[in-house]
Design a protein around this ligand. Structure first.
Ligand code: DI6
Ligand code: FE
Length: 410
């Protein structure tokens, strides 16, 4: 008797992202088929070898491309307000640092986020989330970092969880208390870092609101020593760490993060050779955020050729945030990673699937189409995978499968 499965995809081209299963780095099966059961990939391979399955639902896809559901592994999706006014100032010549030092920047969003209720944060973020989901995103990382006190950081992270309950998407949460020095700290940096470690983080852990701790290591934010205290606390609570590092200057943040076994170091425009070597040793993923580079009009690019040469995995994400990357298109981030940073189109696809899964510590479950992994799929109306990064502002998504089911409409 034919084995029962929940879902069967036929007449598809599949980028499994498993070089062992298909051809090339994307693991391509030109005439593929895929079966899912109990939310997991059960079988994937050439259609000619498809076993006799009795499927509850069959999708015949006319040669469309199927790949792992896309993963946006770095966002600040939950936040109050916008910073369009500050952007206008920057267009007239003010730098991001100047705006920040003048009390704008991150602190302007902190004010708006504190003033917003949890429900208001959810409502605003939901629209941004829907834009990501419309492109085939199935997992989104969301950071706190605009509350900067225990209650408001917790509020942000609860809002992020509510997004995951309202839409068919996996939300991964990071606590970013060390994002900026809040005004009430009145310049007491050590005192604030103590509060992050001894008040905010324990509250986040107690309520189970985050699985990782992030920080912003920069002259306008926190020093490597200050970040190290936060990472010590994260380690004591058994949380993973990741870091905004080397975005505007070389602080040695990536090497510091790698020393703590960080899942990722993100931005990396000013990353040094030592930083690359440390990331390679630790298996830390380089998360590239071309939206912030573009929106800030930066000129120093991350050392992509050196990262490639060293074999450091490169992920690509939107960094969706109101100050430096008000972007809600992961496909556009892929296009920018290719045009601005010279990733190959294949690398951009790896960057939003298997490398992004690794950056989230979820490579065992998502990011490639291996039997046993979550059956999260994006189905695209394209002739070849490079088209995903090629068009600008065009969405070729045909459909999404999440946990083995065709995604329900919002
Ligand atoms: N780097 C960034 O690009 C965002 N945070 C960070 O540490 C910017 C956040 C903001 O400007 O609101
Ligand atoms: Fe960021």
């Amino acid at each position: 008797m034919a084995e029962r499965v929940d879902l069967l995809l036929r007449d598809v081209r599949i980028a499994t992202l498993e070089p062992g299963i298909g051809k090339g780095a994307l693991g391509v099966l030109e005439r593929g088929a895929l079966a899912a059961r109990d939310g997991k990939v059960l079988w994937v391979g050439p259609e000619a070898e498809l076993p006799a399955f009795a499927a509850a639902k069959v999708l015949t896809l006319d040669g469309r491309w199927v790949m792992p559901g896309l993963i946006d592994c770095h966002t600040h999706l939950v936040h109050g307000g916008t910073r369009a006014g500050e952007w206008e100032m920057r267009l007239k010549g003010a730098s991001y640092e100047e705006v920040a030092r003048a009390g704008g920047g991150i602190l302007a969003t902190v004010k708006a986020t504190r003033a917003a209720s949890e429900a208001e944060l959810v409502a605003a973020a939901l629209k941004r989330l829907d834009a990501l989901l419309a492109e085939g995103v199935t997992t989104v990382e969301v950071k706190s970092g605009y509350g900067l006190n225990a209650a408001d950081e917790a509020k942000m992270l609860r809002a992020a969880a509510r997004l995951g309950a309202m839409r068919d998407v996996a939300i991964v949460r990071s606590f970013l208390g060390a994002h900026a020095l809040p005004p009430e700290a009145a310049g007491d940096r050590a005192g604030y870092i103590r509060e992050v470690c001894e008040v905010q983080l324990p509250r986040i852990v107690e309520e189970g609101l985050a699985e990782a701790v992030d920080g912003f290591c920069e002259t306008i934010a926190f020093s490597p020593d200050e970040i190290a205290r936060v990472f010590d606390a994260a380690r004591a609570h058994g949380l993973a760490v990741r870091l905004h590092a080397e975005q505007l200057s070389d602080q040695g943040g990536a090497a510091l993060a790698a020393g703590y076994g960080a899942l990722s170091a993100d931005h990396l425009e000013y990353l040094s050779q030592d930083g690359i070597a440390a990331m390679k040793r630790a298996g830390t993923v380089a998360v590239l955020l071309p939206g912030a580079f573009y929106f800030l009009g930066e000129t120093q690019k991350p050392p992509v050729a050196k990262l490639r040469q060293a074999g450091v995995p490169m992920a690509v994400a939107t960094d969706c945030n109101p100050g430096t990357s008000p972007m809600t298109s992961l496909l556009l981030a892929m296009n920018m990673a290719a045009t601005l940073f010279r990733l190959t189109p294949e690398e951009t696809i790896i960057g939003v699937t298997c490398a992004a899964a690794k950056a989230l510590g979820r490579a065992e479950r998502i990011g490639t189409l291996l039997p046993g992994k979550d059956c999260d799929l994006a189905i695209f109306d394209i002739e070849k995978p490079a088209e995903l990064a090629y068009r600008i502002g065009f969405n070729p998504l045909h459909g999404v499968v999440r946990g083995g089911r065709v995604r329900r409409a919002a």
